[in-house]
Ligand binder design. Structure first.
Ligand code: MD6
Ligand code: FE
Length: 205
């Protein structure tokens, strides 16, 4: 489905189907993962994330017992992260502009992989240097429920179904908002099989 933008909250805009067709994105993700494999990162509190992650672009988001940070090299392989595919860059820049953030130059793309049962607890994206830059988030494959909590993680969230090709752009006052993803349900999707992927484009440095 493709419609005009819809507001999830102030400065949190959903563009339904804006990243379709997603098969080329999945092919690019597979090429990235061949060099920088998906891994379940450790969290500072001693847990392990149910979502598997990798990155492309100059900077990659990483978590371990020491905390959260951006790294220029993949800690798993010590190699630089795979380059950001031009297709990713065009998509992120075009959608940021449509979301009201012209001139977005992402230098990091976090790639999340959800298997059924994986979830993301309420958090905010807060490891980036300059919070004036927006975030562009692309959903691929199986549907999920995106939860927008807002100013605190205790707030009752607004739930939005995000499906293959949907894009969320946020920034400005919403940049500090807490959000998460409900436990992924079983399913099979023609482009991703039994998986959901999410790309989040950021300006880290
Ligand atoms: C996800 N997304 O959709 C997780 N973060 O799998 C995020 O955590 C997220 O969608 C910042 C901005 C948009 C997002
Ligand atoms: Fe996030």
């Amino acid at each position: 489905m493709t419609t005009g933008p819809t507001a999830i909250a102030a400065e949190v805009t959903l563009f339904r189907g804006a990243a379709a067709p997603t098969a080329p994105l999945v092919a690019a993700i597979e090429a990235i993962a061949a060099r920088a494999p998906f891994r379940h990162l450790a969290t500072p509190n001693g847990g392990t994330m149910s979502v598997a992650m990798t990155n492309c672009g100059p900077w990659g988001w990483h978590s371990d017992a020491r905390g959260y940070r951006y790294a220029e090299r993949d800690p798993l392989t010590d190699a630089p992260w795979p380059a950001m595919p031009p297709l990713f860059m065009r998509l992120a820049q075009g959608l940021a502009e449509r979301g009201g953030f012209a001139g977005f130059e992402p230098d990091a793309c976090l790639v999340n992989r959800y298997a059924p049962g994986a979830r993301m607890g309420a958090h905010r994206d807060w490891d980036e240097l300059d919070k004036r830059h927006p975030i562009v988030s692309v959903s691929i494959g199986l549907p999920a429920v995106f939860l927008w909590h807002g100013a605190t993680r205790r707030e009752r969230p607004i739930a939005t179904l995000v499906e293959d090709g949907d894009v969320i752009v946020w920034g400005g006052r919403a940049r500090a908002g807490f959000h998460g993803v409900r436990k992924l349900a079983d399913g099979l999707h023609p482009v991703s099989g039994a998986l959901r992927y999410n790309l989040t484009f950021r300006r880290a440095k």
